[in-house]
Design a protein around this ligand. Structure first.
Ligand code: NAP
Length: 509
């Protein structure tokens, strides 16, 4: 039967790490009536999109994977994008969820039908679908954006965004600019200097850099992980607690932050001998305020004969290249924009209409908020992965994602099994939670004065979770039904055609 003919139990938006993980966990709980709607033609989300040379994860693979899908075969401590993508593919195949994926389905809106307790999922150029619950897993970094630099449209050379790499373009012998010095740029630059004739890196703000000690995993160790699952769990736990200890210096501005800065400065002194270059590469904000850069080959690449760091601010782009404010025009065959993503910190990622026609975009216009990052009052049966204030600054996104998924699947399973119409977070519970989150954020490095994609232009932090990963995971361990208003199917005639049953007509709490 086509998805349009019936009401799905669960609609999942996005077939990235989160969407695939949610689908696997649903199946493990015996829920099979779901579809994953993916706008692209392949699964993998950010790891499908970020295929730039050198693309890799700066979190150890043992921790950058799901605990319910351990992989004993990671080739290195830190894996490259190909290996991570292969891991996602394998999970989808092995778990049997692949047939649930609908490619080419770009979700353009969600509308809640209060009478039926169902969501209408709207698509670009396709018939809408109805679902009792929705898991929105579009990914926070899915929309690559070119920066708002004057004259960008006048540049006549080749433009490439880090997250939309043009593999047909041959950099051999080319004069190349890289704009940006964030987590993507520090992986791209060492690869580009190997092939390009020259590379100029345009830096606006230097980041704190720590070495990334990447080692191949021996065959013996892989064998151990394969045969003794506990060894793999212990290794993951060691990485987890190692990262938790880093929170002390990265999440909050503490004496440990100074220690991280001293370590980073020692790394800079070790790798960069020229005092002027060192000065240009020394940050003037607290470590952790922006994402730490984990790389051992960025500083050496910057000092390659064919590479140059440019710290003069960019005035505009011109037909042949980049003009900096002191009046020099740097000419290039290609410009690589490692300038990040359009991150939805205010407004909703897509138009979402909840109870009584309320609009999530309007409610989030001053900055997004949710209950425990996953649910929003007034929008029942809708759950977000990587929702507001769910970002880790010191640990693996996958640890946070797994906690979200487990919580969401528990809520969905309860609603379906008990045949409730709606599970809606109580507004006062949500307000209390967010007041606490914003109060705690004041003491964090992210709110200590630098500008980053974590903050809105007004300095509102809708992105990061102000605490240890352990605290984040613990708050999502169980769905506390006291936090929710539960609605049953009071009036069976309110059921939409195709819904499975009218339920027990449970009373409204
Ligand atoms: P990003 O961290 O947002 O960095 C963008 C860079 O571009 C910054 O250096 C920024 O300078 C610069 N920039 C932006 N607009 C500019 C302009 N108009 N003129 C000059 N410079 C400009 O983006 P990203 O490096 O793509 O990383 C985004 C996120 O992706 C990371 O925070 C991380 O969460 C994720 N990521 C993860 C990994 C991993 O290994 N796990 C790897 C890559 C990316 P300012 O600093 O001055 O704003």
């Amino acid at each position: 039967m086509a998805d349009t003919d019936k009401t799905l139990s669960v609609a999942i938006i996005g077939a990235g790490f989160a969407g695939i993980g949610a689908a696997i966990r649903l199946r493990q709980e015996g829920i099979t009536d779901f579809a994953i709607f993916e706008r692209g033609d392949r699964i993998g989300g950010t790891w499908r999109d970020n295929t730039y040379p050198g693309a890799a994860c700066d979190i150890p693979s043992r921790l950058y994977s799901y605990s319910f899908a351990p992989n004993p075969n990671w080739s290195h401590t830190y894996s490259g994008s190909d290996e991570i993508l292969a891991y996602i593919d394998r999970m989808a195949t092995d778990s049997g969820i692949a047939p649930h994926i609908r490619f080419g389905h770009n979700v353009t809106g969600l509308i809640y039908d209060e009478a039926a307790g169902q969501w209408t999922v709207e698509f670009e150029g396709r018939e809408p679908v109805r679902a009792r619950t929705v898991i929105a897993a579009p990914g926070p970094l899915s929309n690559a954006s070119l920066p708002d630099i004057p004259g960008i449209e006048t540049y006549e050379g080749h433009k490439i965004h880090s997250a939309r790499w043009d593999h047909d373009y041959d950099f051999t012998g080319k004069k190349v600019a890289v704009i940006g010095t964030g987590a993507s740029a520090v992986q791209i630059v060492p690869e580009l200097v190997k092939t390009a004739k020259s590379v100029k890196v345009f830096q606006r703000t230097p980041g704190w850099v720590l070495p990334r000690l990447n080692r191949p995993t021996s065959g013996l160790l892989k064998q151990l992980y394969r045969t003794v699952p506990f060894a793999q769990e212990a290794s993951r736990a060691a990485w987890f607690w190692g990262h938790e200890s880093v929170a002390l210096g990265v999440v909050w501005d503490t004496p440990f932050t100074r220690l991280v800065e001293q370590l980073s400065k020692a790394n800079l002194r070790l790798q960069v001998k020229d005092p002027w270059l060192r000065r240009q590469l020394t940050p003037d904000f607290s470590a952790g305020c922006k994402r730490l850069l984990m790389t051992s080959d960025y500083y050496p690449a910057l000092q390659a004969d064919n590479c140059k760091l440019v710290t003069w601010p960019i005035a505009r782009l011109a037909p042949k290249g980049i003009r900096t404010v002191e009046g020099i025009e740097h000419q290039f065959d290609a410009i690589v924009f490692a300038t990040g993503f359009e991150v939805s910190k205010a407004g909703a990622p897509i138009p979402i209409t909840g109870i009584g026609g309320r609009s999530l975009g309007d409610e989030w216009s001053g900055g997004a908020y949710a209950y425990r990052s996953v649910a929003v009052s007034g929008y029942p049966n809708l759950y977000f992965t990587f929702g507001p204030n769910s970002g880790p600054g010191h640990s693996s996104a996958l640890v946070y994602m797994e906690a979200q998924i487990n919580y969401i699947v528990e809520a969905v399973e309860k609603l379906l099994r008990l045949d409730w119409k709606a599970l809606d977070v109580r507004p006062e519970v949500q307000a209390r939670y967010n007041a606490d989150i914003q109060r705690r954020l004041q003491a964090t490095t992210w709110n200590s004065g630098c500008q980053s994609w974590y903050l809105t232009d007004d300095g509102f932090n809708a992105t990061m979770f102000p605490g240890f990963a352990t605290q984040y995971v613990n708050q999502l361990k169980h769905v506390d039904l006291d936090d929710y208003k539960i609605t049953g199917y009071r009036d069976p005639s309110a059921m939409a055609p195709g819904a499975e049953s009218a339920g027990d007509l449970v009373s409204v709490q």
